[in-house]
Design a protein around this ligand. Structure first.
Ligand code: XIL
Length: 447
């Protein structure tokens, strides 16, 4: 009896502590990353998928970031799947979204060995034909978006790990000069766009980054238009190179800008609070290295949510590589970015459970909502999520929770089968509701 009572009062105390933490989410009062970055003279970006730019995904992409990179929409296989027939729909959509949200666009990418259309890779071309195909591709794409793209990843991944040139369609057909030619053609099509060479495993000082360094140096000496280098930064947990800042600095000293173009930090799954804390430190040190060098102009994450990351399918067993979890709750990594940009964390990044509210689909009279309760460094054996609707919204039906609404006050308690939220885990419930006029997102309190 005695131990039972102790257990109960501990649980009550613990639940009480959790109640203090309102939902952090994208909608919390924390200063948006893009505002923090602007105060440091930096731009913060994310790769995006055009079809997802609505609801909570669109809200976060538009409010937290000052630059967008199309994850796939501007690649050759996307824009010209059949020779001579073009599909600009997703690229146009992303550019329009960026303009509506006062964001830069990084164009990605014009010359690469991967994600080319099969008509191109399966064709037999003389080098003159190959050269004119590439020139046409660059002129067409860069010309279409002239004045709308801040920077182009003109050439992507030209090097092997040992610093020799990668054997590709372009290198094999045109020689190393394809790089200078591509830059020159891109410059002719949009003289204002900043032109980059982008690669991975070039974050620290090593053979590959030194080859990139030597290439940039020789291009500059030859008067070829090269404005920057992109360090992709697809990193593994705990492995931010110690020479990152030194490497950024040596490129800056060459007279080019530097961007971290595809930052993610993957971990072996499942995630836990120790790994998430290390990931926070990793995101923070990458951002801090950029903040420390004036010519480091942009840090872009390769997907801002774990539900929109290439990592899980590309590196089996690894994931959780981005700053937001799959339900759009900011992870410790988000606060790592924020802190490196001078932000103060208003929500404990670890050791708490939080609730995140998001709107899924919405139609003229109704919408579907979801609340996710996630724990990191803590756990729950039962929960209740409460909020106040500010614009007359009314819940009509809920699942995976028992919800009651009295006036504007909503309270949802766990069902019999989902009261437990383990450390590093999450539970979600959904509901249908009506709305009219506006549908603002409320702050959810856990208790
Ligand atoms: C990735 C995309 O994110 C995936 O959706 C796609 O299936 C493969 O390409 N380096 C790059 C990016 O320059 O273009 C790649 O993007 C990730 C590695």
């Amino acid at each position: 009896m005695r131990s039972l009572r102790t257990g109960l009062s501990l649980a009550a105390l613990f639940t009480g502590a959790v109640m203090l933490f309102a939902a952090p989410a994208a909608h919390a009062a924390d200063t948006p990353l893009r505002d923090l970055a602007a105060a440091k003279g930096k731009v913060i970006g994310t790769a995006v998928t055009g079809s997802k730019l609505t609801g909570t995904y669109g809200d976060i992409a538009g409010s937290q970031f000052s630059s967008l990179t199309p994850g796939n929409a501007m690649k050759w296989e996307t824009v010209e799947p059949t020779q001579g027939s073009f599909n600009w729909a997703e690229a146009d959509q992303i550019v329009a979204f960026a303009q509506a949200h006062n964001q830069q666009v990084r164009g990605h990418t014009l010359v690469w060995h991967s994600q080319n259309p099969s008509w191109l890779t399966n064709g037999t071309w003389t080098s003159a034909q190959l050269s004119s195909l590439l020139q046409n591709h660059i002129s067409t794409e860069v010309g279409r978006y002239k004045g709308k793209i801040t920077a182009w990843d003109v050439v992507n991944e030209p090097f092997n790990e040992d610093g020799t040139y990668r054997s590709t369609l372009w290198y094999n057909g045109l020689g190393a000069n394809y790089i200078a030619q591509a830059l020159t053609w891109a410059h002719a099509a949009d003289p204002a766009a900043k032109l980059y060479i982008n690669d991975y495993n070039v974050e620290g000082v090593n053979a590959k980054s030194t080859a990139l360094y030597n290439l940039v140096k020789s291009l500059k000496a030859a008067g070829v238009p090269i404005d920057g280098v992109g360090l992709q930064a697809h990193l593994i947990l705990g492995q931010v190179p110690a020479t990152l800042q030194q490497n950024i600095q040596r490129f800056a000293d060459l007279g080019v800008d530097v961007a971290i173009t595809e930052l993610d930090v993957r971990m072996a799954l499942p995630a836990d609070s120790t790994k998430l804390a290390q990931q926070k430190a990793d995101f923070k040190s990458v951002m801090a290295a950029c903040v420390a060098v004036a010519r480091c102009v942009n840090v872009t994450v390769w997907g801002f949510t774990d539900s929109d990351s290439w990592v899980d399918s590309t590196f089996p067993g690894y994931g959780a590589a981005t700053p937001y979890d799959a339900n759009y709750a900011p992870k410790p990594a988000y606060y790592g970015l924020s802190e490196a940009l001078g932000g103060t964390t208003t929500t404990p990044p670890t050791g708490a459970c939080s609730a995140t509210y998001s709107v899924g689909s919405q139609w003229n009279t109704g919408f579907t909502g979801q609340v996710t309760i996630a724990c990191s460094g803590a756990s729950l054996s039962s929960w209740k999520a409460s909020w106040t609707y500010g614009a007359g919204q009314q819940i009509t039906q809920a699942w995976n929770a028992t919800c009651t609404q009295s006036g504007t006050a909503v309270s949802c308690a766990n069902a019999s089968y989902n009261g437990t939220v383990p450390d590093g885990g999450s539970v979600s419930f959904g509901f249908n509701a009506s709305w009219s006029g506006s549908n603002p997102v409320p702050v959810v309190t856990l208790g």
